[in-house]
Design a protein around this ligand. Structure first.
Ligand SMILES: NC(=O)c1ccc[n+]([C@@H]2O[C@H](COP(=O)([O-])OP(=O)(O)OC[C@H]3O[C@@H](n4cnc5c(N)ncnc54)[C@H](O)[C@@H]3O)[C@@H](O)[C@H]2O)c1
Ligand SMILES: [Zn+2]
Length: 380
C-alpha cells in the first residue's frame, strides 16, 4: 500500500515584525549562520540584539556564499562545534539556510558514527529571499566537486520559521526574479509530482495564484509591502508542498547545470521550466498525460482557456513566458551568455547527473538520458 503522509514539523510565524520573536527564544548560546550582505544591511545585528534581550549570547558565521560548497560547510561545522550553541539560527537566503542544515546534518552523522547522542539545537530559519522555502523543508542543496547534491533528512527541517518580509525589501531586482520563479517551479513541480496529495495541491495552487498576482509588483517595487508579504508566504507554502510531494526534473536539470555553469538556481529553473512542461505533457504527441491534465487545471485556475489538456497546457506555458518576460528573464541559455562549445561538451555529463538527482523519481514522466539532453538543447 502506498502511504500518503503530510508532515509539517516547523512552526511558522509570519508578519512584518516577526523578527522580534527572537526576543522570546529559549536557550543560552546561539550560532547564527548568515552572509556578508545580511551583516552589512544590519539584519544580523538586529537578530543578535533580539537574542541578547532573551539572555542569549551569539556567535556569527557570515562566510556563506551562494551555492554553498562542502569546504564552506566544513568551516561552519568547526565553528559551530566550538561554539557550544544550543540555538542555531539561519538568517539569509536558501544558501545560508542550507548551510545551517548541512552543518546540522553532519554534526548528527559524526555523532552517531561515534555512538554519541547529540542534543539537537533549537533550529530557527529566517529567510531573506522569497524563494527556496528552505525554512520549512527537509532538503539542503550543497555543492561538491562542481556538482549539486541534495540531502534529504527530516532531522534538518527547522523547528521555527520566521517570515518577516521586511528582510526582503533590499533584495536586488534580479534576485527577486530568480527566487520568485524558483517558488513557481517548486509549486508546479509539487503539483504534478507522483507524490502530490490533496494537501500539497492546496498549498501549491495557492502559491501559484499568489505569485501570478503579486510577483511582478514586488519585482517593480520591493517596498510594496502587501505584494512582498504575499510572495513571501507563497514561497513558504510552495516549500511545504514540495517537502512533502517532492520536485521534478526542472530541478534535476537545474542542479546539474547550475553546478557546472554557476548560474543562479532560480534563473536556471526559469530557463528550463517550459521545455520540461512540454516533455511532461507530451505536447508534441498526444498531450493526454496526467501531467497535461494537471497543467490544464492550473490554467483554469488562472482563468485561461483550457477546453482540452493541450490547450490548457499551452496557455499555462504562455502565462509563464509572459511572467518571465515581465521579470526581465532571458529567453534561453545562449542569451544568458553560456558558451556554446562549453555547453555542448557538458551536455552528456549534466544529463547523467540529472538522471541520478533525487528530484527525478517524483517527476510525472520518467525520462531517458536522451530526453534530458534534448530538453537542455531546446533551452540553449
Ligand atoms: N533547501 C531547499 O529546499 C532548496 C530549494 C531550492 C533551492 N535551494 C538552494 O538554495 C540556494 C539558492 O538560494 P536563494 O535563491 O535564496 O539565493 P541565495 O541565498 O544564494 O542568495 C542570492 C543572492 O542574494 C543575496 N541576498 C539574499 N538575501 C538578501 C537580502 N535580503 N537583501 C539583499 N541581498 C540578499 C545573497 O547575498 C546572494 O548574493 C541554491 O543553492 C539552491 O540550490 C534549496
Ligand atoms: Zn528550487
Amino acid at each position: 500500500m502506498i502511504e500518503d503522509k503530510f508532515i509539517l514539523k516547523t512552526k511558522v510565524y509570519s508578519n512584518s515584525q516577526s523578527l522580534q520573536l527572537l526576543k522570546k527564544t529559549t536557550g543560552t548560546r546561539a550560532f547564527i549562520v548568515s552572509d556578508p550582505i545580511m551583516e552589512s544591511l544590519g539584519y544580523l545585528k538586529e537578530a543578535a540584539d533580539y537574542l541578547n534581550e532573551a539572555g542569549i549570547s551569539s556567535t556569527a558565521f557570515t562566510g556563506v556564499r551562494p551555492d554553498p560548497d562542502v569546504t564552506l560547510i566544513a568551516d561552519g561545522l568547526k565553528l559551530y562545534t566550538e561554539s557550544g550553541a544550543d540555538v542555531l539560527v539561519a538568517l539569509g537566503g536558501g544558501s545560508a539556510i542550507d548551510t545551517a542544515k548541512a552543518i546540522l546534518y553532519f554534526v548528527q552523522k559524526f555523532n552517531s558514527a561515534e555512538g554519541t547522542e547529540i542534543k539537537k539545537p533549537l533550529f530557527i530559519a529566517i529567510p531573506s529571499t522569497s524563494g527556496t522555502g528552505s525554512e520549512v523543508t527537509d532538503f539542503s542543496v550543497v555543492t561538491s566537486e562542481g556538482e549539486k547534491v541534495v540531502i534529504i533528512d527530516e532531522f534538518i527541517a527547522p523547528d521555527i520559521a520566521i517570515l518577516d518580509s521586511t528582510c526582503i525589501q533590499n533584495v536586488p531586482q534580479r534576485v527577486v526574479a530568480d527566487t520568485g520563479i524558483d517558488v513557481l517551479v517548486h509549486a508546479i513541480e509539487a503539483y504534478v509530482s507522483t507524490k502530490a496529495t490533496d494537501f500539497t495541491d492546496a498549498l501549491a495552487e495557492k502559491a501559484i495564484k499568489l505569485l501570478f498576482e503579486n510577483l511582478e509588483d514586488v519585482y517593480k517595487d520591493t517596498k510594496n509591502s502587501f505584494a512582498r508579504d504575499r510572495v513571501h508566504n507563497a514561497s513558504c507554502m510552495a516549500g511545504m508542498a514540495f517537502t512533502n510531494a517532492g520536485l521534478g526534473i526542472t530541478h534535476s536539470l537545474a542542479h546539474a547545470m547550475g553546478g557546472a555553469f554557476h548560474i543562479p538556481h532560480g534563473r536556471c529553473n526559469a530557463l528550463l521550466l517550459n521545455a520540461v512542461i512540454e516533455f511532461n505533457a507530451d505536447i508534441n504527441g498526444s498531450a493526454s498525460s496526467h501531467a497535461a491534465e494537471r497543467y490544464a487545471k492550473l490554467a483554469t485556475m488562472l482563468d485561461l482557456p483550457a477546453r482540452t489538456r493541450r490547450e490548457g497546457t499551452i496557455n499555462f506555458m504562455a502565462a509563464i513566458s509572459k511572467l518571465k518576460k515581465s521579470l526581465g528573464i532571458e529567453d534561453n541559455f545562449k542569451t544568458l551568455g553560456v558558451d556554446q562549445a562549453e555547453f555542448d561538451n557538458a551536455l552528456g555529463q549534466m544529463a547523467e547527473t540529472a538522471m541520478l538527482d533525487r528530484c527525478t523519481p517524483t517527476n510525472p514522466r520518467q525520462p531517458e538520458k536522451e530526453d534530458l539532453i534534448h530538453i537542455y538543447q531546446k533551452c540553449y
